[in-house]
Design a protein around this ligand. Structure first.
Ligand SMILES: *[C@@H]1O[C@H](CO)[C@@H](O)[C@H](O)[C@H]1NC(C)=O
Length: 281
């Protein structure tokens, strides 16, 4: 009886561990990429939608990411004083490294332990952290040299991404925001890059250092990589993090995509509503 119980227990462990719907974000980082960022190539961003049938949203979707956020003074952004996402990042999140031809990603060893976001009574666990250079979102046409994507998933498989811009001091957009030491080397990014360059496959990251403040810009969009699935909630932090110009070159040396960078071009807003959460009163 004890044996049967143990056998069932060990049998069921792995099942429960994979019973969450596995997002395409994870799937992408485990397989070879079949798309590129070369704008003039047959597999480049303008043609992603026709690479394979499951990528059709990349071309046919009306709620695609990223976008160019308008100025606060444009009247296009609704300000909300309540309902901000409650972002609770871990300062010691254990990740494993995964690489593809288009980008690398850090996947959380044990989702639930890497931090979470609570929004509208739902909790989303951090499953994946990766970067894009240059940024895949912009503010009034101003792009940043780097953007972190912290991909969170709830128990139904819905995705919520926290995006953070990294500033090297050469950007000047129209939002009022706090910027931390723009242009200074980013210690946590450096630690990630050094780990990757030295071949580490699993290491601990202070994700909290990439999430500053309580103010976020929000809209509903998609994955920024094929299959470009929609229904992804986006929150771009209004507080920028710092990065040194030399760190961008170091990042690019780890992605193998330095020739074309790895940012999808901005997508049309198509009348979507934009919300600025102004934090907690
Ligand atoms: C990731 O894969 C790309 C493409 O194969 C390669 O150029 C790059 O060096 C790899 N990065 C690491 C850190 O292994």
């Amino acid at each position: 009886m004890t044996f049967l119980f143990l056998a069932l227990f060990f049998c069921f462990q792995p099942v429960s561990a994979v019973s969450l719907p596995r997002s395409s974000v994870i799937r992408e980082s485990e397989s070879e990429s079949i798309y590129s960022y070369d704008m003039s190539a047959p597999d480049g961003p303008p043609n992603w939608g026709s690479i394979e049938p499951s990528f059709v949203s990349c071309a046919a979707g009306f709620e695609q990411s990223g976008i160019d956020y308008p100025c606060e003074s444009s009247g296009l952004i609704d300000f909300e004083k309540t309902g901000s996402p409650m972002v609770s990042p871990s300062s010691a999140a254990a990740f494993n490294f995964a690489n593809t031809t288009s980008n690398w990603a850090l996947n959380c060893d044990n989702p639930g332990s890497c931090g979470s976001v609570t929004f509208k009574d739902k909790t989303y666990s951090l499953i994946n952290l990766h970067f894009h250079s240059p940024s895949e979102h912009a503010v009034n046409g101003v792009q940043y040299p780097l953007e972190a994507h912290m991909v969170h998933q709830d128990e139904d498989g819905s995705l919520l991404v926290i995006g953070t811009f990294f500033s090297d001091g050469s950007q000047n957009d129209c939002l009022t925001h706090m910027e931390l030491d723009a242009g200074q080397a980013n210690r946590e990014l450096q630690s990630i890059l050094v780990n990757i360059i030295s071949g580490e496959k699993s290491f601990v990251v202070d994700v909290a250092s990439f999430v500053g403040g309580f103010e976020y810009l929000h809209y509903d969009g998609s994955l920024t990589t094929p299959p470009c699935s929609e229904g992804v909630m986006w929150f771009n932090a209004r507080q920028r993090q710092n990065v040194a110009t030399g760190q961008i070159a170091l990042y690019e040396s780890t992605t193998g995509s330095d020739e074309f960078a790895n940012a999808r071009p901005m997508q049309p807003l198509n009348g979507r509503s934009l919300t600025a959460y102004s934090g907690f009163e």
